[in-house]
Unconditional design. Sequence first.
Length: 188
Amino acid sequence: MEKSDVYNQSSGIEKILTETELFGRSCELTPPEANKLRLLAEEVLGLTVRLFDNLKYEFHVEKSKQRFKIILRVAALVDPDQKEKVLSVSSRGKNKSFGIIGKISDVFENLVTGDAGAYPFGGSFSSHYDGEDPDTLFSLKYYKSSAPEEEKKPEWDGLEKSIIGHFADDVTIGVSSNKIVVVATITI
């Protein structure tokens, strides 16, 4: 398995995206394939850390055969003062996505702020993932295959138009060692 360098919030999003694309090129991806990897990384960052101005996170990319994993780890906020500080500078409501993409973003935000009870898909986290990884709370792939048709229709428009909908094999969100972990998988 190959692994990119680990980047954090001090690296800046543009540097992270550029380095993601360069990592793809170092793994012998063509320029269009490396650009797909970059676009997926941008979408993941847009759904997650761009919600908040001062969120501490780590980001890296892993490659195994032709499968790439974009991995984002964010410290879960448990301190009420931290939560209020983050929410006060949050870009919540600005350029907010709707439909399923907005709900994925809401899952992340609810986990970061400790509002895990406010699950935007209805039901509970356990109702939208039954895979092997006990740390995973949500899987887009599982949701797409198991949600009732009447739930999908109003939300699917945004997903079908999104980069995640076009390129990602799956996007999972979970909690491991008090960190929220978002993994977007793409096979190139």
